[in-house]
Design a protein around this ligand. Structure first.
Ligand code: NCD
Length: 353
């Protein structure tokens, strides 16, 4: 049996990277607000850029050149809703590219407690930094911030890092990257049966990821959720409009063996109005060791994390479990997003030579 040494694989990629000219950009990126901004060629280019950044970062010299890429830029991380992964991966993506960061993680420590409006806060941040990455409880605030930027003399890009129950576009990018890579030996996402399970009504990650499926051919989405947390009508209408096959069930066991990938999500109890999460039998919407034998041998198991009891740690070491890799991919994809927003790809490929 021959096995490929992972170091050889990265060395091979590095050699290819040295010879590469940056791909022709068809799609300029300034604000990143909603998955509707992304088409297939953009998604493919972002996946390629993410791998190229990872490749560079594998060598000390490559890492040093990445450090020079955006050393003249500063980012504001404005996260007034809890976050671990998204915050840390953006923060570290900035640091990998040599950017400096400022942060507000709690509006009770900012002038918002004195009654300053969100608009004035955003405008203030824009006086000091070159990009604002924002997460908050409300749908549409990032769009509002972007609209404000478009009226001022020194506009800076706004990145939506999660807007309430609505959207999480950069998570969807890293999810696409993880899915495409995990399914690469089988032709990628095209033609696959992809399950999405859990709180589909209030989980912004599944909403954004389902939205992006219009960019792939012959995908069949299987939604598995309690009927009270079914995927929103707006997403269903979008899938219908783009002729994307989708089915819904409350019975995981009836579909588990058909899935090429399953994307689990946690019940978003923080959005409960009247303790509605308490009525859910979460066991019906969970993956445990006993499910593994009924899944395809090369199925992909993903979760945006943090997990609740729907994803048992017993399966963490199964080769099909990709969520820890998915989490790390978030940092590389966000580095790619920043590189693209600042138009730094030509410099990146120069530095790689
Ligand atoms: C998700 C989020 O915040 O929407 N987490 C993340 O960004 N990785 C998922 C969740 O909180 O359930």
């Amino acid at each position: 049996m021959t096995t490929t040494n992972p170091n050889d694989e990265w060395e091979h990629r590095r050699q290819e990277l040295r010879l590469k000219t940056p791909p022709e950009q068809t799609h300029r990126l300034f604000h990143l607000l909603h998955p509707k901004q992304f088409n297939r060629s953009f998604l493919d280019q972002m996946c390629e850029l993410t791998t190229d950044i990872r490749t560079l970062a594998k060598s000390p010299a490559g890492l040093a050149s990445l450090q020079r890429l955006l050393h003249h830029r500063r980012a504001m991380l404005y996260f007034t809703q809890p976050s671990t992964r998204t915050f840390l991966s953006f923060n570290n993506a900035c640091h990998i590219l040599g950017m400096r960061t400022s942060e507000i993680r709690d509006s009770s420590t900012s002038s918002e407690v004195k009654g300053e409006t969100m608009e004035d806060s955003i405008r203030t941040f824009s006086s000091y930094v070159d990009v604002i990455v924002m997460r908050n409880w409300q749908k549409g605030l990032a769009e509002k911030a972007a609209a404000l930027m478009d009226t001022i003399s020194r506009p800076i890009p706004i990145i939506n890092a999660g807007s309430g129950k609505d959207q999480h576009p950069t998570q969807a990018l890293l999810d696409i990257y993880t899915l495409e890579r995990s399914l690469a030996h089988r032709g990628g996402i095209d033609g696959k049966v992809i399950g999405m399970m859990g709180d589909l009504a209030r989980g912004r990650t599944v909403r954004s990821l389902a939205y992006l499926m219009k960019n792939y051919r012959d995908v069949h989405l299987v939604f598995i959720s309690p009927s009270s947390f079914a995927i929103g009508d707006d997403i269903v209408a979008h899938l219908d409009e783009h002729h994307i096959r989708h089915t819904s069930t409350t019975k995981l066991n009836q579909v588990l063996g058909d899935l090429d990938a399953i994307y689990l999500t946690r019940i978003q109890a923080e959005h409960d109005v009247a303790d509605e999460s308490k009525d859910i039998d979460l066991d019906q919407f969970s993956i445990r060791k006993q499910h593994l034998t009924r899944m395809k041998e090369d199925a992909v198991i993903m979760h945006p994390l943090p997990r609740g009891s729907e994803l048992s740690p017993e399966i963490d070491n199964d080769p099909r479990a990709k969520y820890w890799r998915q989490e790390r991919n978030g940092m590389w994809m966000r580095a790619a997003v920043l590189t693209r927003i600042f138009g730094a790809e030509p410099t990146l490929y120069e530095l790689a030579k």
